[in-house]
Design a binder for this molecule. Structure first.
Ligand code: ADP
Ligand code: MG
Length: 393
């Protein structure tokens, strides 16, 4: 998916006014009636209708007249609102190449006025729920298109709040710069996702650092829940940075033990297969002593001194509430369930939501889609992900 930010330059104040009016209307309408948009925007002499046509042409809106005459935002429309706000705030001045495509996000480089390059993550939480077995099509259609704005915004808010809190506690995460709507701007991590790395100077040290992180997170009351070779970045000095936090849960979650074990297992599996590590002897230092680990050295959740409450205490400060957490968690769990039950006969109606399947954008000639990155799924096994990931030679 590309992002043609050029269009942004040609949009007028009125264009943004109408776009914002549609966004407002979407708070309680899946499709916002045209006449309501006109009432919110309050442009003179029927100006709204002309503007709507222009926004439609640029695929920032989708027209729907199945029940009544109305419009809704496309991903691109929502992207532009967030990008425009960021630019107005002086967070960045240009959007560069795409550096990541997750199943739930698109990641771009953005540049500050002084040339510093940052990473911008656009969350697409609703996108996944469109990929479902055919029998669920109607249900999902009804549910998801209504929620994607809200869910993507929540995911961004949660990611930002966690990144900030984790950074404060000395975890190796990107620096959280700003968030707006479904968009998070953070420092650009040097290096590569671990999945692309074929050789390490010190695989054992890297492995111990990573498992140590899972344990330390739990000590702080948190479980990453998607801790794997795709969400761990490593640089040339083999320094680790962890990314991707919207699915993190508290250690008091009812499935905490399972999530923790799954994170640990993913790392063990990856290092066993990719770097031929055998674990009987390599984990003596982790979690302090043998008592905190099982017979192959895996840290035991029950042996960790866990401090629950991190979520409530630290995240509330960023405006991320318990209800937000419940909402996003419910979505993630329903989605995981529907993924698990799916027979892989997928219906992809992303195109319908986008109004186009290719958001085509380039700002300063900087920007091209990077083919080296592949989308991946949280629901896939570690091995499936491993074999689908591209590797750095
Ligand atoms: P998703 O939730 O879609 O998996 P991620 O946050 O894991 O999104 O990002 C997807 C990919 O984008 C990562 O695997 C990584 O290659 C790249 N990426 C994400 N954040 C950064 C960053 N701050 N710096 C550099 N690359 C990043
Ligand atoms: Mg990821």
């Amino acid at each position: 998916m590309k992002l043609d930010v050029d269009v942004l330059r040609y949009l007028s104040k009125d264009d943004f006014r109408v776009l914002t009016s549609v966004e407002l209307g979407m708070r309680n309408h899946e499709i916002v009636p045209t006449e309501l948009i006109d009432r919110i925007a309050r442009l003179k002499h029927g100006g709204t209708y002309k503007v709507l046509k222009n926004l439609l042409k640029h695929k920032l809106l989708h027209h729907d007249s199945s029940k009544y005459d109305g419009f809704r935002l496309t991903y691109l429309g929502y992207d532009f609102l967030a990008i425009k706000t960021m630019v107005n705030k002086g967070v960045f001045v240009a959007v560069g190449r795409q550096i990541g495509v997750g199943k739930e996000s698109d990641i771009f480089e953005v540049a500050r006025e002084d040339g510093t390059v940052l990473a911008m993550k656009l969350h697409r939480l609703g996108r996944v729920s469109f990929r479902a077995v055919k029998s669920k099509r109607d249900y999902l259609r009804h549910r998801s298109s209504y929620n994607w704005l809200y869910l993507s915004r929540l995911a961004a808010l949660k990611e930002f709040a966690f990144m900030k809190a984790l950074e404060t506690h000395g975890f190796p995460v990107p620096n959280a710069v700003e968030h707006n709507r479904h968009c998070v701007v953070m420092s650009l991590v040097q290096g590569y996702p671990l999945v692309q790395v074929k050789q390490l100077q010190n695989p054992e040290t890297v492995f111990e650092t990573i498992i140590g992180l899972v344990v330390r997170l739990a000590e702080h009351g948190l479980i990453h829940c998607d801790f794997n070779e795709f969400n761990i970045m490593i640089d040339d000095d083999e320094k680790i940075t962890m990314i991707d936090f919207p699915q993190m849960v508290s250690v008091s979650h009812r499935n905490a033990q399972m999530y923790f074990d799954r994170d640990v297992e993913c790392i063990f599996k990856f290092f066993r297969k990719r770097f031929n590590l055998s674990f009987e002897e390599s984990l003596d230092d982790i979690a302090g002593s043998d008592e905190g680990t099982d017979e192959v050295g895996k840290p035991c959740f029950s042996a960790i001194e866990r401090s629950a409450g991190f979520l409530d205490r630290e995240l509330a400060a960023s405006g991320f509430t318990r209800k937000d957490e419940e909402d996003i968690q419910r979505f993630i769990e329903v989605e995981a369930e529907s993924d698990a039950n799916s027979d892989s006969e997928e219906v992809d109606v992303v195109e319908d939501l986008n109004g186009t399947d290719s958001i085509d954008c380039d700002s300063s000639g900087l920007l091209e889609q990077n083919e080296g990155y592949e989308s991946h799924g949280r629901e896939e096994s570690c091995e499936a992900r491993e074999s689908s990931g591209s590797e750095k030679e």
